[in-house]
Ligand binder design. Structure first.
Ligand SMILES: NC(=O)c1ccc[n+]([C@@H]2O[C@H](COP(=O)([O-])OP(=O)(O)OC[C@H]3O[C@@H](n4cnc5c(N)ncnc54)[C@H](O)[C@@H]3O)[C@@H](O)[C@H]2O)c1
Length: 264
């Protein structure tokens, strides 16, 4: 890809949910730009395959399979990067799950709890370990993956929307707390992008209406002014810019990359 290096050479970058979708694509881009990578995911096989591929390309990688909901392991995981590389410059709290397209009253309580636990508390757990390291260094950039559903009402996604609104809220609060230590905290709010998460959703919508995945994408993009789902690279490009040193005065923001969805 053209000029994506953004001065990441030698930077220590943590990515959660790194085995797939935005996380895997961002990891490859950071590696290409010379960053050292601290990667995690619950998908151990996917994570190991990615880290072998990045190491073969010359990147330094620490990869560990665990859930973002595991506070103790998150602390040790970040500690391992600090022990090996001395610091943590950038963190992408990106792991997340969807919970289908379901009316609020039909969402089982355990599904609500699971979505909140992974999507919201997982980000909180990441930040509670990242911030002390960055505060010591008096520099850092954190990017939390929220969603368009973290900004506007999204019918049939109420548990997911609750979790992503929580991510936006804690992003703003954290940004206020750490700005004086030269740490920036932002959230990115994509609409649908064709990662494996959305491919699954496209297939479910397609099956429900007897249409192809491509036609399902058109259907779920009907309210998006650009009338299409994003290529994941379009979101990852923005992610990299948001955490780059070039973007030094943006903090506490929820940045939409959504084909205009939340503008209308
Ligand atoms: N794709 C989209 O259209 C879209 C839109 C808005 C927001 N998002 C958000 O983007 C983020 C990345 O999603 P994606 O689209 O790349 O999906 P994806 O399913 O391709 O990737 C998500 C990754 O997170 C991992 N994961 C799930 N639960 C985990 C846990 N408890 N601990 C650690 N890792 C876990 C999965 O194994 C997977 O590798 C998510 O937070 C998602 O909610 C995606």
């Amino acid at each position: 890809m053209a000029d994506r290096d953004h001065g990441f050479d030698g930077k220590v970058v943590q990515i959660t949910g790194a085995a797939s979708g935005f996380g895997a694509m961002a990891a490859a881009d950071f590696a290409r730009a010379g960053a050292k990578l601290l990667l995690s995911d619950v998908n151990e096989a996917g994570l190991q395959a990615l880290s072998r591929q990045l190491e073969a390309q010359g990147a330094e990688v620490i990869a560990q399979a665990f859930s973002v909901t595991d506070d103790e392991t998150m602390g040790a995981h970040i500690g391992a990067a600090v022990a090996r590389w001395g610091t943590l410059d950038i963190a992408l709290n990106n792991a997340g799950i969807g919970n289908g397209v379901v009316k609020l009253q039909d969402i089982p309580l355990e599904d609500y709890d699971r979505v909140m636990e992974i999507n919201a508390k997982g980000v909180f757990i990441g930040m509670r370990h990242q911030i002390p390291v960055m505060t010591r260094a008096k520099t850092g950039a954190i990017l939390n993956t929220a969603s368009a559903a973290g900004l506007v009402g999204s019918g049939h996604l109420s548990a997911y929307a609750a979790s992503k609104h929580a991510v936006v809220g804690m992003t703003k609060a954290a940004a206020d707390e750490v700005a004086r230590d030269n740490i920036r905290v932002n959230a990115i709010c994509p609409s649908f992008a064709a990662t494996p998460m959305v491919e699954t959703m496209g297939d479910m919508v397609g099956a429900a209406h007897g249409i192809s995945r491509e036609d399902a994408y058109k259907r779920i993009s009907a309210r998006v002014p650009m009338r299409r789902v994003a290529d994941p690279a379009e979101v990852v490009q923005a992610m990299l810019f948001i955490v780059s040193d070039a973007n030094s005065f943006m903090t506490g923001q929820a940045i939409s990359v959504d084909g205009g969805l939340t503008a209308v």
